[in-house]
Design a protein around this ligand. Structure first.
Ligand code: ATP
Ligand code: MG
Length: 297
């Protein structure tokens, strides 16, 4: 892949938990791609933005060395490498993306002597996230031995390698399958848009901000609804109070009907049938609810 000084590069996971949602989000932000023959690279067809498909662990490094300006990666990976780097230049989180949600938790055998976090003092904890765990231990005033394992952390207690583990959990099914239970959450994570610590050229800075705003717009459109209705003018205060909307609605006059108005309101996904029935009781007519595909604040 030859360096193209005028094209932005964004690194995303090639396959795994974040891969599909990352590309889906970029598409919803308006990017169209064509894959390279080796499927390691997606060439942006409509904007000067290309996608590098890599292992998620490689993304912070690519950002630090400046091979990519942007990346989509779990906050857990980003912060682990920042803490491990001890003050070296580290990528910045630009935007949380609302998918890939999980938590780094300490888990213990379901049957055992450990009952509370203070019991961890002096024990061994197996993890693939030594820096995040060490940081939490220090903040909690606990001394435990951190045993670094890269994979199959959940079987460490049964192998006698550690008394507890510190691993990513989403549903908790993996813990239960290994007769473990969650004791305490060490770190909350989700996928984030991250940027290189290197100062971009002025032209690239403009592109980065433009893409960030587009992604934010695609995210804020998620679940947003546009409500259209007509109602007696007198019902407006009650209608406004009822709508789960962030901003005041737009109110329009209706030609030749001075006592009526048309209302447009941007609402959250919380808008349900009950809201609509309530609105109808308040005198609203011609109710319409539309999904919002995109927004630009
Ligand atoms: P790669 O081959 O790219 O290195 P990986 O096996 O390291 O992949 P995945 O298991 O695909 O990574 O997880 C990627 C990210 O998904 C994690 O870093 C984390 O942010 C997020 N994630 C969400 N839920 C979970 C979960 N239950 N277990 C692990 N990671 C999760
Ligand atoms: Mg990985």
């Amino acid at each position: 892949v030859s360096a193209a000084p005028d094209r932005l590069r964004i690194a995303v996971q090639k396959s795994g938990r974040l891969a599909e949602a990352s590309l889906g989000l970029l598409r919803r932000a308006g990017l169209a791609f064509r894959a390279s023959r080796d499927h390691l690279f997606l060439y942006g067809e409509n904007l000067p933005i290309d996608v590098l498909l890599v292992r998620d662990d490689d993304i912070p490094g690519l950002l630090v060395e400046g091979s990519c300006e942007l990346g989509i990666v779990g906050r857990n990976v980003l912060v682990e490498q920042r803490l491990a780097g001890a003050g070296a230049p580290a990528p910045q989180e630009l935007l949380p993306l609302g998918f890939g949600g999980c938590r780094l938790s300490i888990a213990i055998p379901q049957s055992g002597a450990i009952a509370q976090t203070s019991d961890l003092d002096g024990l061994r904890i197996a993890t693939s996230y030594p820096a995040l765990l060490a940081d939490w231990l220090a903040r909690s005033g606990l001394k435990a031995e951190v045993v670094v394992l890269n994979g199959s952390v959940e079987i460490a207690p049964r192998l006698g390698k550690a008394e507890a583990i510190c691993d990513l959990v989403s549903s908790g099914a993996t813990l239960a399958a290994n007769q473990l239970r969650e004791l305490v959450t060490v770190f909350d994570s989700q996928a984030v848009l991250a940027s290189s610590p290197r100062e971009p050229t002025a032209a690239k800075a403009v592109q980065i901000e433009r893409l960030r705003a587009r992604i934010a717009g695609a995210l804020s459109g998620d679940g947003a609804r546009l409500v259209l209705l007509q109602a007696p003018r007198a019902a407006l205060p009650d209608i406004t109070r009822l709508l789960p909307s962030r901003d005041l609605p737009s109110v329009l006059s209706l030609d030749g009907r001075p006592d009526d108005i048309a209302v447009q309101a941007l609402c959250s996904a919380a808008l349900d049938w009950q809201h609509l029935e309530e609105l109808k009781r308040l005198g609203a007519r011609s109710l319409m609810v539309l999904n919002v595909e995109r927004m630009l604040a």
